[in-house]
Design a protein around this ligand. Structure first.
Ligand SMILES: C[S@@+](CC[C@H](N)C(=O)[O-])C[C@H]1O[C@@H](n2cnc3c(N)ncnc32)[C@H](O)[C@@H]1O
Length: 246
């Protein structure tokens, strides 16, 4: 929820802090866990698009987008409102049904531009070099699962397209913000950058960006979003063909 002072209650992206320690990490990525989480509240997230998506995608030319772990669909709807054709994927059918209902409330045009698809991202691989934008917001996975997912997502970015990965910074664990006490779920933008072939990508942004939120006691606290955006380079030969001949 956004407040008049510009802060947000950071319920948007927390896992259940009280129970996180009791759940085997693998359970955090299961359909049963997330369906239960969505069933527990009529709206788990704020309904606002993620600020780092808005910052990085507002100036992009609309095309085909993949919203990874789309939750209740605020990002997918924001993209569709700007003309993107969106494939929005999540493991929870409850979240997907909510997203589809919200999109219909916005307009039939917006709803018609979004395909909602239930997938298990630990196994599913999107089609290679397909999307002009792949956005993964707060997919907090342990390293061995995260690396594979981010590789598959990178492979699905079309030439000239953008890969945008945003996550909670490991430094948030030293704040009062609601974060699960599971350090293995946290990553930095620089860690993601190190895993990509620099000859294939142009780095747009790789940084920890501050954001003011309210903690569970209502106090303002500065957290950081790890923001990583890269553009897939044009192969040298293809770019050359588009150069004007003089
Ligand atoms: C922290 S939420 C982020 C939601 C949304 N991206 C946002 O920023 O508001 C993580 C999302 O990933 C989904 N998810 C978790 N594990 C998944 C998996 N194995 N396959 C697909 N989606 C998964 C959850 O259902 C949830 O909607």
């Amino acid at each position: 929820m956004r407040h008049d002072d510009g802060s947000e209650t950071d319920s948007g992206h927390q896992l259940d802090q009280d129970h996180a320690g009791e759940i085997p990490a693998a359970g955090l990525f299961s359909e049963a866990f997330w369906d239960e989480r969505y069933r527990s509240s009529s709206a788990v997230w704020s309904g606002n698009p993620n600020p780092q998506l808005m910052a990085e995608a507002a100036s992009l030319q609309p095309g085909d987008a993949l919203d990874v772990g789309c939750g209740e669909g605020a990002d997918a709807i924001w993209l569709a409102e700007r003309g993107w054709r969106v494939t929005a994927v999540d493991i929870s059918t409850i979240a997907l049904e909510r997203g589809a209902a919200y999109a219909r409330q916005v307009s039939s045009d917006v709803a018609g531009r979004i395909t909602w698809q239930q997938v298990d991202l630990l196994e599913w691989g999107p089609a290679p070099q397909t999307y002009d934008l792949v956005s993964a917001q707060f997919m907090q996975l342990p390293a061995q699962l995260r690396v594979g997912l981010f590789e598959r997502l990178a492979a699905s970015v079309a030439v000239g397209g953008t890969l945008l990965i945003v996550g909670h910074s490991p430094t948030d664990l030293h704040t009062t913000a609601a974060r699960p006490p599971l350090p293995e779920l946290f990553f930095t933008a620089k860690e993601i950058a190190a895993a990509l072939d620099p000859s294939l990508w142009r780095v747009i942004v790789s940084e920890a960006r501050p954001r003011v939120v309210r903690d569970p006691d209502g106090h303002l606290v500065t957290v950081h979003d790890e923001v990583f955006a890269v553009r897939r380079a044009w192969p040298a030969g293809r770019r050359a063909r588009h150069l004007p001949i003089r």
